[in-house]
Write a protein that binds this ligand. Structure first.
Ligand SMILES: *[C@@H]1O[C@H](CO)[C@@H](O)[C@H](O)[C@H]1NC(C)=O
Ligand SMILES: *[C@@H]1O[C@H](CO)[C@@H](O)[C@H](O)[C@H]1NC(C)=O
Ligand SMILES: *[C@@H]1O[C@H](CO)[C@@H](O)[C@H](O)[C@H]1NC(C)=O
Length: 198
């Protein structure tokens, strides 16, 4: 009897922990040690403005960096969601992915990161980089044009080179700089984001 009660209570507690974990997606108290180098980037970021030129690879209107409680590819990872809106604020496109982080070790003092995303437009990008203080810099390693079939908007995207840099300006501001060479042209822009959550 006491045993059954204990099992019930444990099950209830577990359910509480699991649901709490989901809500703790930005809670730095639950941040895995390995994600510390990118802790200031955790949150929901809203595009404030942008300068430069872009045709095929515009900055997302929202960037969501959440704590993923489960290790990915053998490393702790941040969940990435990019959302793009139309004028009426409907989501017209999104990218989902992971940012695994490998903290510095004695043998390798660099903090390695990857930025792995799949777009609702059908392509995937694999970027690799490092964290240097308030900056995370990535270079494109692989571009997969069609990971699944979707209707493209008349533009066949082909990315030849891609560099992405996030820089923390202060606790509530970051910039994303992108330099891309596509089959069509060169795009270069700076986008300013403001943290809207937590
Ligand atoms: C992370 O992403 C996965 C897959 O996209 C999703 O199932 C999971 O709920 C996300 N977790 C958080 C904490 O955002
Ligand atoms: C990970 O990096 C942070 C600083 O970015 C450091 O404080 C921490 O000690 C590192 N953790 C390990 C296990 O190396
Ligand atoms: C763009 O936003 C940043 C803050 O994120 C602000 O400092 C800057 O003045 C803005 N630029 C323009 C042209 O509005």
């Amino acid at each position: 009897m006491a045993h059954r009660l204990l099992v019930t209570v444990l099950g209830f507690l577990l359910a509480l922990i699991v649901s709490a974990r989901y809500e703790d997606r930005y809670d730095l108290n639950t941040l895995p040690w390995d994600l510390r180098p990118v802790s200031d980037f955790i949150g929901l970021w809203e595009l404030e403005n942008k300068s430069g030129n872009t045709r095929q690879l515009p900055p997302p209107d929202l960037i969501d960096f959440a704590i993923n409680p489960i290790p990915k590819f053998g490393a702790r990872a941040v969940n990435i969601t990019h959302s793009y809106f139309d004028r009426e604020k409907n989501v017209i496109r999104s990218d989902y992915g992971f940012m695994p982080v490998k903290n510095a070790t004695k043998r390798d003092p660099r903090i390695h990161v990857a930025y792995l995303t799949t777009s609702s437009e059908g392509y995937s990008m694999m970027e690799q980089g490092t964290v240097n203080g308030p900056k995370i810099t990535f270079h494109l390693k692989q571009f997969l044009r069609r990971t699944f079939d979707v209707e493209n908007h008349g533009i066949e995207l082909d990315i030849r080179e891609f560099e992405r840099q996030f820089e923390q300006k202060d606790f509530h501001h970051m910039t994303m700089k992108v330099r891309a060479e596509t089959a069509v042209d060169t795009e270069f822009y700076t986008a300013n984001y403001r943290k809207v959550a937590p």
